[in-house]
Structures are given as structure tokens and as C-alpha cells.
Design a protein around this ligand. Sequence first.
Ligand code: SF4
Ligand code: SF4
Length: 343
Amino acid sequence: MQVSEAKKKLMPKPGFLCFGIVDNCMLRCKMCYKWKEDILVENHTNVPTMADWKRSVDSLKDMTDPGFLINFGGGEALMKKDLLELVKYCHDQGFRTNIATNAFLIDEDMAKRIADSGLDSVNISLDSLDEKIHDYLRGVPGIYKRVMNAIEYLDKHCKNFEIEICSVIYNINQDGIIDLAKWANSDSRINWIVFMVPMQPNNSPDYLEHNWWENKEYDFLWSKDTDKTCAIIDELLNLKSQGFKVSNQVCQLEAFKNYLRYPGSFVKKSPCNLDKALHVSAVGDIFICYGWESIGNIKAHDLKERWYSEDADNIRNKVISCTRNCHFLLNCYFEGDYPFGLE
Ligand code: SF4
Ligand code: SF4
């Protein structure tokens, strides 16, 4: 059912969009079990066609501002064979595009194909300059070297292009976080570095939501010395104030400290801002937030029609009263919060 035109005018435009284009991955990350069968996705074979994805992109044009950013994630997004065809389509329609990647598949040929697609930026996972630590966390020997080669190839072939490094602050790698920030800052090939905090691993049981960090299977990810980790984040804030290429907002880094100290208490004083987010899963299901029910599927529904539907409005009401400290809120799309603006 559709909402009235008057109500539609009061509804937000999408502020964040991610196509979770594929659900599997070749890495074996210690903090993610995407490589196991996804316990939330029942049918991996009935995925949208390229025509379904392109139709969704067309639909987005009517409800976003020019240059709106389309994010592609996964799993490992580059495992979708025709992803770059879709990126090119988005580019030709006037959207900006970003791929989050572990860089495993970015050899020289892939870098050339990325350049041809018109992709604007990549977000490459790199948790440590210590090869052993990065390879350990990502579960595949040699992935550190692949990341370094990918940076070289992308820098060589992609013009007007941004490379952002994405690093999660775990207990095992936190001693190298400041070095990583300094390295990114001094390397002219890198445009930004963004930091994240540990979250409940993908595909781990729902019942652990409220205390996963205390569970013996996962607690190795969580800081064993909160004061020390918060001091590292304070140093990141200090580097940012000096103009370092740290792309987190100040308010987000402040929220990280609250989260690490009190993971069970909601980090925001204002409501969750994911009421302006739109996600599409690998099987085409449309979500405002993955924590709530799907509002349709791009194989059968128009994205714009679903965005303005009563179902979407009902989910937004749930989102603004939700108080989970989830990955999407803290790490993906954190908006300013009193007393911090967007800095
Ligand atoms: S964290 Fe990313 S790279 Fe690692 S297994 Fe999950 S999807 Fe793959
Ligand atoms: S806080 Fe709740 S509504 Fe907001 S993104 Fe997280 S799970 Fe979704």
C-alpha cells in the first residue's frame, strides 16, 4: 500500500545505499563467517538478473540527488562476475560508485577493467602493516601482499580515483593502528583511511547479540584494555585535528569510545539515522535496515515504490526507536550527534 502524496513529501530521500551484490567470499576472516552458508539467506540460486539491478538503478534516479553514491558490498563484491558492467551502468547514469573489497581479485587486469568501468573509489580492507597479523585475521596467507599489489595497480591505471583503506581496531592489531594511520597519511596513493570497531561476526548466532564480546569463541576480537584502546582512538582524533587523512567524523570516533566502554548501551543520544538507508541483499531483498523485515524484492518490485510504501514507513518507525549498537550504525553510516556535529 502507498502512503499519501502529502506524507511522501515529509519522507527522507535515501542518504545511504548499499547493494550487497554477492554473499560469498574467498577469504576466511576470523571476524566474519560470510564464507559459510549464510544462515539468513534461504535461496542463493534465485538471484536478481542484471536487468533487475539496472532497473533498480533507474528507479533510484528519481529519488536521489545528482552524484548520489552507490556502494557495492558483499561478501566480496568483485566475486560477482558482471559487477563492473553494473558499475559502468551506474556511472553512465550519473551516480558515483564505490566497491568495498578485500583486494584478493585485484590484479593488473582487474585494475584496468576497474578503470574502464568508471568506478570512483574502492575501500580496501587492511588491518595491519604487519603481514602476519593481516594474513592471520583474514585467514588466507598472502592476502597482505595482494592488498599491496592492488594499491599499486589501481594507482597505476585508475585516474580521478580514490583509494580508502579500511581498518578494524581489534585487540590483536591495535598496537599498529597509529602506524597504519601514519602510513596511509604519508603514502600519496592513499586518499583516506577509515577505522571501524569490532562487531558481532556475520553468520554468528542471533542469541549472542547482547554479549557476543564475552563469548569465548569471539572475545579475542574485543579489546582487553579499554583505556588503551580509547587512548589509541584519542590519538586518531589528534591526528585528524592535524589534518591527517582519517575520514571518520569526530563524533563517530567519540562514539567508538563509548561503545568500547559500554557495548550494551546505545551510543547515540539521538535516534538511529538508518531510517534514510536503503540496502539490497544478494538475493534482491530490499531493506531499510537488515535488522528489520524486508520491504520487497527487486525481482518483483520497484525500488522507488517500495521506498515510499507504507511498509517502509512502518520499518522507519521501528528504526527510530531501535537501540542496537550495530555495524551499520556505528561503522557504515554514522551521522552527527549532540554535542558533535559533522566534522
Ligand atoms: S570480512 Fe569481508 S573479506 Fe572477510 S570473509 Fe567477510 S566478506 Fe570476506
Ligand atoms: S540501530 Fe537498529 S535500526 Fe539502526 S541500523 Fe542498527 S539495527 Fe538497524
